[in-house]
Design a protein around this ligand. Structure first.
Ligand code: ATP
Ligand code: MG
Length: 564
């Protein structure tokens, strides 16, 4: 969004922000944050939150912090911190100097807790975790007060200090807010603020053995950083009264929590816990497996940051949960790559064709358009010679009706080259077709006949003498059902894994143009889809991932909607 063309609010969060700007609620400031927990890699759902938070800061001339929500030392790792930073940068966002960690504020949070104890608003409880659960009550039954609830301020201060000093084992005590055990909102029934955890933290090492809970950390971190609009997903709506309670009782600067609907995508799981299982249990090759909905997986698959940002724009921001069709995400990538991707010819399942009347040893350089959508990308030379490969599927000995490609006696066009006619089919002793003999018409250079005769089929090809060998990996959806969690009784999402989500083709033949391709470069393989060179590539064997096929089911849905 540009500064010169101010647009009005495009969603309810922008409406809130514009109202706050009008009334001067935060002195005209807009300051958001993206708060990932470094316990996994970012996925496409996080991308929605990143685009929203950084996008709002950009649109309203504000700031967006990157804050690691690192309050759980047992699940968090430095590896994830690095991966998250790389992914946010790759998406095209910049947090400047504002890289923060909840752990930076552990001392301050401790002081806040002491303040609440002194106000009589927090107490050390010595019930076990199980007892705390039982005392909590249910949605229909009020909770029961802990026998430790009325400890004196002095005793609480003493115990809390000794918790910090490491005098007690894990689970011996917790610090709880003293709110209301009969509240209709379970989050308000004396929530736990601190727990004892003798664990090494990836940043603070062994300095702490008590760690704040998410609910006690998050709002206070927002407050310390001067966040204006603290945007989170809908599950936290019931936590907002608690978010407000802590800030009000602490009498500190008070940001506004706003909830929006998280992204759900068909045929995809977006829970880090489930993604972690796919990785740890070996169902995929890693967090960046091209079938994963992680940003690193999508990047390796061939997704562009532009396509993902466009997707985030199109799905918008709403207040109610829904499931977005994964076909829309694929559509956004096709649109982007259609505009930008270099076209090349690649034969995935080769069939040898000998052009019997073409001079042995002759090579012609055929001119090929690099991208019909963008003339500025120019043309390239593609070598043509006596032996070429075509796609095995592009020949049928007994062509069915409407099969317009090559067949015995039939003439077709080799794209950018000549018209050829099939004269002979050569088979091995098992009756398998091993090669075709064709003749070419030298008058048809470039692919059209001077006498105006038409051919229906146009095939891509590569010159056998010039082709590079390649491996191609074709991907299908990782799950068979739109809702992977819809599993048979007693089973989970893993029951819906698609056993055929990866097909590896070896012995592919690609244009010599691809010799200079680098891992991460994206191409359209004519008639096959968009492909991205994989980092597994070696000098001898480049590997290409299919990002997305050419057939666009989303465009079809849109056309249908438009015509009805
Ligand atoms: P999970 O529940 O899978 O562990 P999370 O929400 O706990 O995910 P965080 O690292 O805490 O993961 O998320 C960081 C930010 O990204 C939060 O503000 C969260 O609301 C947002 N976020 C996470 N998942 C989605 C999603 N599917 N759609 C939109 N925003 C999301
Ligand atoms: Mg979270």
């Amino acid at each position: 969004m540009s500064d010169t063309e101010p647009k009005g609010p495009t969603n309810f969060i922008e409406e809130i922000i514009e109202e706050d700007l009008r009334t001067g609620k935060y002195g005209g400031r807009v300051h958001t944050r993206f708060p990932p927990e470094p316990n996994g890699y970012l996925h496409i759902g996080h991308a929605k939150s990143i685009c929203l938070n950084f996008g709002l800061a950009e649109k309203y001339g504000g700031k967006c912090n990157l804050r690691f929500d690192d309050t759980n030392p047992t699940k968090e790792e430095e590896e994830y911190v690095q991966a998250i930073k790389e992914d946010v940068r790759w998406l095209g966002f910049d947090w400047g100097e504002r890289e923060f960690y909840a752990s930076d504020y552990f001392e301050q949070l401790y002081e806040f807790a002491v303040k609440l104890i002194k106000k009589g608003k927090a107490y050390v409880d010595s019930l076990s975790a199980e007892e705390i659960r039982q005392y909590r009550g249910t949605l229909t039954e009020p909770g029961k007060e802990s026998p430790y609830r009325n400890r004196s301020v002095e005793e609480n201060l003493d115990l809390f200090e000794r918790m910090r000093a490491g005098e007690f084992p894990d689970g011996a005590h917790v610090l709880r807010a003293k709110i209301d055990m009969s509240s209709g909102n379970l989050n308000m029934r004396d929530p736990v603020m601190y727990r004892i955890l003798h664990a090494t933290h990836h940043r603070t090492g062994d300095k702490w053995c008590i760690y704040p809970m998410y609910d006690f950390a998050h709002g206070q971190c927002d407050s310390i950083e001067g966040i204006t609009h603290s945007i989170c997903t809908l599950e936290f709506e019931d936590h907002r009264p608690l978010y407000d309670w802590f800030l009000d009782e602490l009498e500190i600067y008070h940001p506004q929590q706003i909830e929006f609907a998280r992204l759900n995508l068909s045929y995809t799981v977006l829970s880090k816990r489930k993604l972690l299982r796919l990785v740890n249990e070996g169902y995929v090759s890693g967090w960046d497996d091209p079938r994963m909905p992680t940003l690193s997986g999508l990047r390796r698959r061939g997704y562009t940051p532009e396509a993902i940002r466009d997707f985030a724009d199109r799905i918008g921001v709403a207040k109610n949960n829904s499931v977005v069709d994964v076909a829309l995400l694929e559509h956004c990538l096709r649109e982007d790559l259609n505009r930008r991707a270099q076209r090349v010819m690649a034969v995935l399942r080769p069939l040898k064709v000998v052009i019997t009347n073409y001079p042995e040893g002759q090579v012609e350089e055929m001119e090929a358009v690099n991208n019909p959508e963008d003339a500025s990308m120019g043309t390239r030379k593609v070598p043509f010679s006596r032996v070429v490969y075509i796609e095995r599927d592009d020949f049928r000995e007994d062509p069915p009706k409407k099969f317009y490609r090559l067949a015995p006696g039939r003439e077709v066009r080799l794209m950018h080259a000549y018209l050829i006619t099939c004269t002979d089919v050569i088979k091995d002793e098992n009756g398998e077709i091993v090669e075709l003999h064709c003749t070419y018409d030298p008058e048809t250079r470039g692919g059209s006949a001077p006498d105006g005769r038409k051919v229906k089929g146009t095939l891509h090809w590569v010159s056998a003498a010039h082709a590079l060998d390649a491996e191609v990996r074709l991907y299908d959806r990782l799950f068979l059902k739109p809702d992977p969690d819809d599993a048979p009784e007693g089973q989970d999402f893993l029951a819906n894994l698609n056993p055929n989500s990866l097909e590896v083709l070896t012995g592919c033949k690609v244009e010599p143009f691809l010799a200079s391709a680098q891992p991460g470069d994206r191409f359209q393989f004519l008639r096959h889809g968009y492909f991205c060179k994989d980092p597994d590539s070696t000098d001898e064997m480049p590997v290409f991932n299919r990002a997305v096929a050419l057939r666009d089911s989303w465009a079809k849905i849109e056309r249908k909607q438009a015509s009805s």
